[in-house]
Design a protein around this ligand. Structure first.
Ligand code: IDC
Length: 640
């Protein structure tokens, strides 16, 4: 090896040695820097970690928000989707099932009890639908008329608790389905709250469609109500307390105000202003109570409606002006044409009165009576009134007298397309008295229900007669118990599904003592009695059409016929009847009555004062009361 090589080698080694030293210095510097860097790095990492934790903390406010549905404390927060759907299904049959069906498919676990805050990665998607599920707060979606109530709140708050689970897999489904429930629920839920308030609140204005009455929703509707007695005799029952009682305790939805025109009524000397005020008060009480009400121009002994047509026109003009905006008012323009008046006379009267009413009140239902005490609806059906809507035709029956024969008239008329309404019926006989026939009455009800015919019972009074619903000795205006009602009253409440207040023990005993009231109980019903006498060419017959027991006396319902077969009219007659025992009567028709001990005296009414040659009168009737079983000793006929 050469010297140069050796020195070179040394140089190289020297260089090597000095190079090693600088390398060492460099290395230690590097290590120091690295350590510093590591320390700095650690510090930096720590800071980052800390910051990262702070960033993670941000969404926690959101889950807190997403917890809000549960935080509201709604018990439904833990409902499974199925339960929630079921509950919603109660009130939102269409919208809710859609949501419910979606829930199980998008959230396979089906569990919604899990709080969104448990899995932070869910949070962002959970927060999205929340604004939607917050929307249904009852206060926001509920319409002003429907005050948010307890039933609304749970239905609405169920949705948010279902919603959070859904977005985990299908966030797009929820926003579209979730809002459906809240918007439907608040409007659907309150419906039952409104229902059941009052008949008029629920059914509104009624109209005539075909042969039937329909309500504001177009659904068939029947009036089932009560007629007052003559307003001039029993004004005390035109009172809000009584009307409320018949609505709430008896189950009626309508009342009829029977304003007699004759017999001391509107066209026969009564204080017209006072009677009109009573009618108006009656309409207003009914209106306040949400009852339908019929204003009845009660012609009866004044048998031809044309007799007082001018008064009728004036009366109905005033009434229809007054009540034109009312949804619940009916006008009945002639109770019972009779005395042989034909349909064409009644029809021409009706056309005039209807024109006046329609001029003021274009909508109220108008009821037209029919010939023969409102029985001949079949005649009206052949020739109905044309040119007006909402016209109905009256049929009246008394189940003790009118049976299949009158039902068949009703059937004929309805099947010919005539809208028939029973504005008056009784379950006793046509005199408004006598024994009640519940079997026939029930047949009538079934028959009328079948045709959706409306019916109002005669009468809301405490007169001593079978058709008075309230017993004579009862002076109450409401809160009638079974003991306060006559058989017809008790039958009515049962038939209407009403609920009477409970009787006291004393009342129960009294009712037992009464033993059935009209019709008998254990005591034998008195035998029928009859007597005919001849006085010249006149034949007089007094006969019982019915007999029954009341609590303290026996009742004999008599008919009297006087037949003049002579060639001269008889005038101003009197019939004197002598019985074997004392008698009295406070119920007689088509005649005058007086009694002294065993003798009763009957005198004519205006229309039968004269009995023409070859004619007879047979309308006269009366109920006689006696403590004893009666025998007719003698009959005397006196005439000019
Ligand atoms: C009766 C009453 C009776 C009253 C009489 C007066 O029940 O108290 O003395 O009127 O005329 C009707 C009549 C209705 C009758 C009823 C019973 O519309 O006024 O009431 N009736 O006779 N049509 C058939 C029967």
């Amino acid at each position: 090896m050469s010297k140069e090589n050796t020195s070179a080698k040394k140089n190289t080694e020297g260089k090597k040695q000095s190079g090693n030293r600088s390398t060492l210095i460099l290395l230690s510097a590097l290590i120091t820097m690295a350590i510093i860097a590591i320390i700095l790095g650690i510090l930096l990492w720590k800071t980052t970690q800390k910051n990262n934790r702070n960033e993670d903390a941000v969404p926690t406010t959101t889950p807190a928000a997403s917890e809000s549905p549960e935080a509201t404390g709604t018990p439904e927060g833990t409902l499974s989707p199925t339960d929630a759907a079921k509950k919603n299904g109660d009130t939102t049959p269409s919208a809710t099932p859609t949501t419910a069906e979606n829930v199980p498919t998008t959230a396979p676990t089906g569990e919604v009890t899990q709080s969104p805050s448990i899995s932070p990665e869910v949070t962002p998607s959970v927060t999205e639908p929340l604004p939607i599920s917050v929307t249904p707060t009852p206060g926001i979606d509920v319409t002003p008329t429907v005050t948010p109530n307890v039933t609304n709140a749970p239905d609405v708050s169920v949705t948010p608790s279902v919603t959070p689970a859904t977005p985990t897999t299908a966030p797009t489904v929820t926003p579209t389905t979730a809002p459906a429930t809240p918007t439907v629920t608040p409007t659907a839920a309150p419906t039952p709250k409104v229902s059941g308030k009052t008949p008029v609140a629920d059914h509104g204005r009624l109209t005539v469609k075909g042969t039937k009455i329909v309500d504001k929703n177009g659904k068939e509707y029947q009036l089932k109500g009560v007629s007052t007695h003559g307003l001039q005799w029993f004004p005390q029952f035109v009172c809000k307390e009584t009307f409320k009682c018949i609505r709430d305790e008896w189950g009626a939805n309508a009342v009829r105000l029977a304003m007699y025109t004759d017999e001391g009524g509107y066209c026969d000397g009564a204080d017209k202003t006072a009677l009109k005020k009573l009618v108006k008060d009656g309409v207003n009480y009914a209106t306040e109570l949400g009852l339908y009400v019929i204003i009845d121009w009660h012609i009866l002994h004044d048998y031809d409606p044309n007799m007082n047509k001018a008064e009728a026109v004036k009366f109905f003009d005033e009434m229809s002006k007054e009540f034109k905006g009312y949804e619940n008012v009916f006008y009945e323009i002639c109770n019972e044409p009779n005395g042989g008046i034909g349909w064409s006379s009644v029809k021409s009267y009706a056309q005039e009165v209807i024109k006046v009413i329609r001029n003021n009140d274009p909508k109220g239902i108008i009821i037209v009576g029919t010939p023969t005490w409102s029985q001949d609806v079949d005649l009206a059906a052949k020739d109905p009134i044309k040119g007006y809507d909402n016209i109905m035709y009256a049929l009246h029956f008394y189940a003790g007298t009118h049976k299949d024969n009158i039902r068949s008239k009703m059937k004929t008329a309805i099947e010919a397309g005539l809208p028939v309404i029973v504005t008056e019926y009784g379950i006793c006989d046509a005199s408004g008295n006598g024994a009640c026939n519940e079997t026939e009455a029930n047949k009538w009800v079934a028959f009328m229900d079948n045709y959706k015919v409306s019916y109002l019972i005669w009468n809301l009074a405490n007169k001593n007669e079978s058709s008075s619903l309230i017993k004579q000795n009862c002076k109450k205006l409401s809160g009638f118990t079974e003991a306060d009602l006559n058989q017809e009253g008790r039958w009515l409440v049962k038939m209407l599904g009403g609920q009477l207040p409970k009787m006291t023990d004393e009342e129960i005993k009294k009712l037992e003592d009464d033993a059935g009231g009209s019709g008998g109980g254990d005591v034998a019903v008195p035998d029928s009695i009859e007597k005919t006498v001849k006085s010249g060419n006149v034949m007089v017959t007094l006969y019982t059409s019915n007999t029954w027991n009341e609590t303290n006396y026996k009742c004999y319902q008599f008919g009297l016929s006087i037949e003049n077969s002579g060639s001269k009219a008889v005038r101003d007659w009197t019939v004197k009847v002598t019985f074997n025992a004392d008698v009295k009567s406070d119920n007689f028709w088509c005649c005058g009555f007086s009694a002294k001990g065993k003798v009763m005296t009957l005198t004519p009414a205006d229309f039968n004062k004269t009995i023409g040659a070859g004619s007879m009168t047979s309308d006269i009737g009366l109920i006689v009361q006696s403590k004893s079983l009666l025998k007719i000793e003698s009959i005397e006929f006196i005439a000019n």
